[in-house]
Ligand binder design. Sequence first.
Ligand code: HEM
Length: 426
Amino acid sequence: MGLGGGGELSGWGRGGWGAGALGGGVGGCRGPRAALTGSPAGLVSRGGRDLALGAATPGWRRQRGATRGALARAGGRLRPLLRRQARALCAELRSHGGAPLDPFEVFPFHTCSTIGRLLFGDLMPPEAEVRAFTRCVVELLEVWGRASVRALDLLPALRVLPNPGLRELLRLVERRDAFVEAQIRRHEASPQECPSPPGDTVLGALQGRDPGVRGGPLSPPRLHMALVDLFIGGTETTAAALAWAVAFLLHRPELQERLRAELWRELGPTGTPQAGDAGRLPLLHATVTETLRLRPPAPLALPHCARRHTSVAGIPVPAGSILVPNLLAAHQDPDTWDHPEAFLPERFLAPGAPWRALVPFGCGARSCLGEGLARAELFVFLGQILREFRLEPPAPGLLPCLQVSAGTVLRCPPFRVRMVPCQPPA
Ligand code: HEM
């Protein structure tokens, strides 16, 4: 079943993650504080004061509106920022000298750094700190996704028992918060140290220092949690999609060659792929799109709570129901997609491709805030990688497993790839 049109989704908000909500389908639509107090979800979201888990209160609406506005303003700096980050990514890949590497050990730092630069401009913490923070963000999602921890959201009575996962989560949340807090304090204490004008950073805009962004300044907890959510929402998801693209392309070397030919034909010997080049690099665009279709990094999106009686694809949904959109299933619906399980970017080059059935970023009032950024990153990073390297398996025939496994973020099973610096195609 695909997801219904925007109208049907307009009555949705984010529900609590309280007992029965995820399992039973129709759980009580509890107020966020009541549902989140003391729970792992409450812990990671400061009691529901964040974007992703917060209920649709006036404070949340202001937070979301301001964050959306701030991201749009900072988007003006996206082109040079992505070019610089793509160069840094390729330099790190080149440093392996064509030896086999695990792409997931490289990509998250670059997706995290991109977000950091959008948030904090040119006053960034030292690289080692960003690398440590990246590991913290990735681990946090992994620990929060563990069954033993998720169970505490569903069965609060279990919270009285010792739970090593919960202790681990607490430790990671503390580290996460300390990093974000330190950046906010640094920018507040000496704004003149930051070479970027405050209006150019998401942080500055959310602090109300950009008159072009409505909704600011946010209260300190809302500001903190907005920044946290941008890091958490955008680091592992985007890195996972990039790693899936590499894995699929190892299985299709002839497609790699066609992509490389497109890149060299359109960009010549010195150009680099830019956000906004989709029109002249249609095969690259189709490859990113097909990756997001076949392996949407957030396969179950986030739970939605129906705030009033509504319907999805004609099925009645009573107010208070909790719905978990299965994006992975929607993207593999054989009624919509030919050969749904095959990696075929070419399907998006043919007329009549079902673009509207694609929802890797969700849809409606709670759709992903980082969609534009993620799409641009994937396009530029993958384009630059393919321009500079031939992707080869670590040994002949040793291709990555493409199977999906459970997890908050859909990650490719670990694999290794050789990134071999390449010459222009013949
Ligand atoms: C390929 C990369 C990404 C994918 C596939 C993805 C997907 C999603 C999905 C499916 C949702 C839930 C939508 C729903 O429940 O309907 C979501 C929410 C969200 N995403 Fe992303 N995302 C990606 C990258 C990013 C980036 C780069 C950022 C920020 C820099 C980000 C920030 C957020 C936030 C803040 C939310 C919560 C929105 C809300 O509840 O109002 N995401 N994302």
